[in-house]
Design a binder for this molecule. Structure first.
Ligand SMILES: *[C@@H]1O[C@H](CO)[C@@H](O)[C@H](O)[C@H]1NC(C)=O
Ligand SMILES: *[C@@H]1O[C@H](CO)[C@@H](O)[C@H](O)[C@H]1NC(C)=O
Ligand SMILES: *[C@@H]1O[C@H](CO)[C@@H](O)[C@H](O)[C@H]1NC(C)=O
Ligand SMILES: *[C@@H]1O[C@H](CO)[C@@H](O)[C@H](O)[C@H]1NC(C)=O
Ligand SMILES: *[C@@H]1O[C@H](CO)[C@@H](O)[C@H](O)[C@H]1NC(C)=O
Ligand SMILES: *[C@@H]1O[C@H](CO)[C@@H](O)[C@H](O)[C@H]1NC(C)=O
Ligand SMILES: [Mg+2]
Length: 273
């Protein structure tokens, strides 16, 4: 269905394009190599479609891909023209479907590993936008269109009302049933421990090996990459084997002691280094 829609979009563009000096066919015959060149003209000019009008969605999906692949880094807000796109992406089925592809792959990986059963096989979960979802907060705060506001965000966290990301909760339960223990490793500060524990339990995360929150004194000024790498190193020094590691930020997954495999959940709303 999706592919048909894309093909029909391209075919409409080809049929109505006003690009001069080109023979524009009415139909696409994909077996004809010369016509692939006509298609490319639109890929090279993603913002201008028929009669020079913008093609809705094209540039924002490219932006999102670049963000998810860690090609665009260090951004503070979602580009204004993509805020609406991000909102629809997050609230619609697309985000959920993308998350499911990631957690399904994660479970396949876990099943492929030879587990020892000695209680030292662990899976590292990030918390925000991985285990818990702050979508209710972001939906009423512009989907990342304004810079991070710690006052407002911490007030939301302290309500303890974040729902589970359903795909992650399912993965969590499957991993437990395989005999893998779970470690939550979050950038939330130590003083949010109690509310985080209560929130996790409330939405279905009933057990874990460790919940590691950030010691803001010790890690003052450290990036998430440094903090999380050091904490994972400590885990390995204590004999744990990190079978897998899942998070919505590349800073959850880069650095050292990253585990046997890493899994990146979508997050086009904010960036943490
Ligand atoms: C999400 O997945 C369902 C089931 O596979 C599919 O029917 C639907 O079209 C998908 N939606 C999006 C936006 O990806
Ligand atoms: C698990 O063990 C089997 C049998 O020893 C071996 O063939 C396989 O490659 C191992 N898989 C991994 C992921 O280590
Ligand atoms: C941050 O959020 C607080 C609480 O909602 C609000 O009072 C404050 O104005 C916000 N700061 C900025 C810079 O928007
Ligand atoms: C957190 O919970 C523990 C154990 O229930 C309690 O002793 C402690 O006072 C609580 N801390 C805060 C900051 O509420
Ligand atoms: C945090 O780190 C500081 C400085 O290293 C240390 O004194 C303190 O005990 C730590 N706090 C916790 C809760 O681990
Ligand atoms: C998993 O990671 C550990 C530690 O890096 C490594 O020793 C082990 O060979 C890895 N296992 C697989 C199957 O890749
Ligand atoms: Mg996160």
């Amino acid at each position: 269905m999706k592919i048909l829609q894309v093909f029909s979009l391209i075919s409409t563009l080809l049929a109505t394009s006003q690009v001069p000096d080109l023979h524009i066919p009415n139909q696409i015959h994909l077996h004809r190599p010369d016509l692939h060149i006509y298609n490319q003209i639109h890929f090279l000019r993603p913002l201008s479609g028929s009669h020079g009008h913008d093609i809705p969605g094209v540039s924002c999906s490219s932006w999102r891909l670049a963000v998810e692949t860690n090609n665009i880094i260090g951004w503070t807000i979602v580009p204004e023209e993509c805020v609406n796109y991000v909102g629809h992406y997050m609230l619609g089925q697309h985000y959920r479907n993308d998350s499911k592809v990631v957690t399904d792959a994660a479970l396949d990986h876990a099943k492929s590993m030879n587990l020892t059963g000695d209680g030292k096989d662990i899976w590292v979960f990030d918390v925000d936008e991985t285990t818990l979802s702050n979508l209710p907060y972001y939906a009423s705060n512009g989907f990342g269109s304004t810079p991070y506001n710690s006052t407002a965000f911490n007030a939301w966290v302290l309500e303890g009302k974040a729902p589970a990301l359903p795909e992650s909760l399912k993965l969590y339960k499957s991993l437990l049933s395989l005999g893998i223990k779970v470690v939550f490793l979050t950038g939330r500060p130590e003083d949010q421990r109690n509310v985080t524990v209560a929130n996790l339990k409330e939405v279905g995360y009933h057990t874990w090996e460790k919940l590691i929150l950030k010691n803001s004194t010790y890690y003052s000024g450290s990036t998430a990459v440094v903090y999380k790498s050091k904490e994972r190193k400590k885990l390995e020094e204590n004999g744990y084997r990190i079978i897998g590691n899942i998070g919505d930020q590349w800073s959850d997954l880069l650095g050292t002691n990253t585990g046997n495999r890493t899994f990146k959940l979508p997050d086009p709303m904010y960036y943490i280094s």
